[in-house]
Design a binder for this molecule. Structure first.
Ligand SMILES: [Zn+2]
Length: 522
């Protein structure tokens, strides 16, 4: 048996100071689509997600809730875990930074960095923003000493701290980026990081004595690790780094394994210079790609609790279906840029793309098959394909590999639209009336084979829909089992089998009477 290539993909660990919203679910859905795409491509995939449970903000939130920090994170991490069934995610593990396995790995990596001479003890004085848990240099502060990030007042603080010698990695990092132009994507994020490093790097304070809710430094337990140092290491602790290293060697150290982190743009800097320097200092392998995606606004406004426009992924996916939600967030904007969410936009996409184009194509074709051929899949036409597909398959795979989900979906909709047109133009009902059952069979087979191909290509983004289409076409094997191999050649749809027509997959939400610019009529 040949050994499958390996692919390790991660979401960031989500900070548990609020319930999961559109932003979290967006990252998770994108990573899941990529994981599924790689599995279909023949890879062994490890998909990691989880939660970040330490730091000042959690400590404060727990206090306000009248709970211990542990009780607080035990409770509030639950909905993050529930994203997996609600959004049909296929993560292989879910890590919490309060777990013992994570604590041990963080302490181990600290010891390794210390032994290699990249850690020293010093004292830190600076302007500190408590809500952001960040020190800022005087030059970055606003008038009246306010935080450059959130605008709240900062405090002067001094404390003993351990430093990581980040300043030694500036030149190395710039050279690395130059030699690996596709590691940090998209381009604007990379440029921001390069610009940041060009201004000169300071050593990074990695521990706090002013905070208690964190992982203690092994040799000085009055110190706890700075939440960012702690959080980044989750990617290694899920692989048992520092313990039994079987997983770690397979999924991280093996240069054949592709490693990719997907993150929001606000944490891109941590995942580039700081994370890469930590790994380089420890003598560990570096990730192949760090991809930063953009932010969502909601109906033109920043999503926030106070505005009351936070999009709840559980509610939306329950109402419209997980697949429709996944489709919308990946179709609506290019991955990497910012975009705007509105329920009306989702409904419009649902009705036009899913109901009118895809759902209708399947339903009308199986209807005709029932009428004209007793529901049985016709013989494969000797004349070959009349709808172009091979080109679309390759283009779509390339788009997925680049995490260009929007482009992948646009590609997939080309044959869907073409097949609807093809039916109208080739008018199988006329041939049926004329008694030309061979021509009817040829036309229907062409459309059915297009649907089969579309289902496989769509599977990374809309897994349940893809399996449903495949099932209705009379196919017994699941798409997961067969992978892209099943669409390598045209005409692999088995003839002579009964189809299994169901109800329309996506019944329209808006009727023709609805105002297309307004809400659905009640
Ligand atoms: Zn602040």
């Amino acid at each position: 048996m040949t050994v499958k290539p390996k692919f390790y993909i991660t979401t960031p660990i989500y900070y548990v100071n609020a319930a999961p919203h559109l932003g979290h679910s967006y990252t998770s859905v994108a990573v899941d689509a990529m994981a599924r795409h790689k599995r279909l491509s023949g890879y062994d995939v490890f998909f990691l997600t989880g939660v970040d449970e330490h730091g000042q903000k959690v400590e404060t939130a727990a206090q306000e809730a009248g709970e211990t920090p542990q009780a607080y994170v035990d409770r509030i991490s639950v909905p993050f875990r529930e994203m997996t069934p609600a959004l049909n995610l296929t993560n292989n593990d879910f890590i919490r930074t309060t777990e013992d396995r994570h604590q041990k790995t963080v302490q181990h990596l600290f010891n390794v960095l210390k032994e290699k001479g990249y850690i020293y003890k010093g004292s830190y004085e600076g302007w500190y923003c408590v809500p952001d848990e960040t020190f800022f240099p005087e030059t970055q502060l606003g008038e009246k000493h306010t935080c450059p990030q959130c605008g709240r007042p900062v405090q002067k603080m001094e404390e003993e701290t351990y430093f990581f010698k980040l300043s030694e990695f500036g030149d190395w990092f710039l050279k690395y980026v130059e030699e690996h132009p596709n590691t940090f994507l998209p381009e604007p994020r990379k440029n921001e990081v390069v610009q940041f490093v060009n201004q000169g790097l300071k050593d990074l304070s990695i521990t706090r004595t002013s905070i208690h809710w964190g992982i203690p430094v092994p040799e000085a337990p009055e110190h706890v690790f700075y939440v960012w140092f702690d959080a980044l290491i989750n990617y290694l602790s899920a692989l048992d780094y520092g313990k039994d290293e079987t997983l770690f060697n397979q999924w991280w150290q093996d240069p054949q394994t592709e490693v990719i982190h997907v993150v929001g743009k606000e944490i891109f800097r941590f995942h580039s210079i700081i994370w890469f320097a930590m790994l380089q200092a420890a003598g560990l392998r570096l990730p192949d790609r760090v991809v930063g995606h953009g932010w969502w606004t909601v109906e033109g406004k920043k999503m926030s609790k106070s505005v009351g426009n936070v999009v709840n992924p559980f509610e939306v996916s329950k109402q419209y279906g997980a697949d429709a939600y996944r489709y919308f967030v990946l179709r609506e904007l290019p991955f990497g840029t910012d975009g705007d969410y509105s329920e009306q936009a989702l409904i419009n996409r649902f009705d036009s793309d899913l109901a009118n184009d895809l759902g209708n194509l399947l339903y009308r074709t199986l209807n005709m098959l029932e009428k004209y051929n007793a529901g049985v899949i016709p013989d494969k036409p000797k004349s070959g394909p009349e709808l172009p597909l091979a080109d679309i398959i390759e283009k779509t795979k390339i788009s997925y590999n680049q995490l260009a989900f929007q482009q992948a979906l646009i590609n997939i909709w080309d044959p869907i639209k073409a097949a609807n047109k093809y039916i109208d133009q080739s008018a199988p009902w006329t041939h049926f009336k004329e008694g030309n059952s061979q021509r009817v069979g040829e036309i229907l087979y062409n459309v059915l084979e297009t649907l089969r191909t579309v289902a496989v290509l769509l599977y990374p983004v809309m897994p349940s829909t893809a399996e449903k289409i495949s099932y209705q076409l009379g196919i017994d094997d699941s798409i997961t089992e067969k992978g892209y191999g099943s669409i390598q050649n045209w005409g692999l749809l088995p003839s002579g089998k009964p189809s299994r027509k169901g109800d329309p997959l996506f019944p329209r939400i808006q009727t023709k009477d609805d105002d297309p610019n307004g809400k659905k009529k009640k």
